[in-house]
Design a protein around this ligand. Structure first.
Ligand SMILES: [Zn+2]
Length: 112
């Protein structure tokens, strides 16, 4: 059996970002998936799984672990990337309303 570890710490997604909660799944010393969560809103900021490790449910494992520790939310649908939207639909859970005022029912955003 391989050795599986979930590590929680605070990290920046890149150097310009604020510190965020980060959960990392490490299998036999190799990080196979990472999930970042905004500490103020609980919004999932990033999910990253190298291509070689995709399709194994690793990101879902991190989602469930993070959700068991703090309240986390998917980004509003209009803010999601294609991958982020697929991820949100596959793991389920709560979605954050838009906090930026860009998704109100103005004519520019009405897709109905
Ligand atoms: Zn918005």
């Amino acid at each position: 059996m391989s050795e599986r570890q979930i590590i929680r710490d605070m990290a920046r997604y890149d150097e310009h970002d604020d510190l965020a909660h980060r959960w990392s799944l490490v299998i036999d010393g190799e990080t196979v998936s990472k999930l970042w969560v905004d500490p103020e809103t609980g919004e999932i900021a990033q999910v990253e799984t190298p291509a070689a490790h995709q399709g194994n449910g690793y990101a879902s494992t991190l989602y469930r672990q993070a959700a068991s520790e703090i309240a986390i939310f998917h980004a509003p649908e209009a803010h999601r990337t294609y991958e982020g939207d697929r991820f949100a639909r596959s793991v389920g859970g709560e979605t954050l309303p838009c906090l930026h005022g860009c998704c109100t029912d103005g004519p520019d955003f009405d897709e109905e």
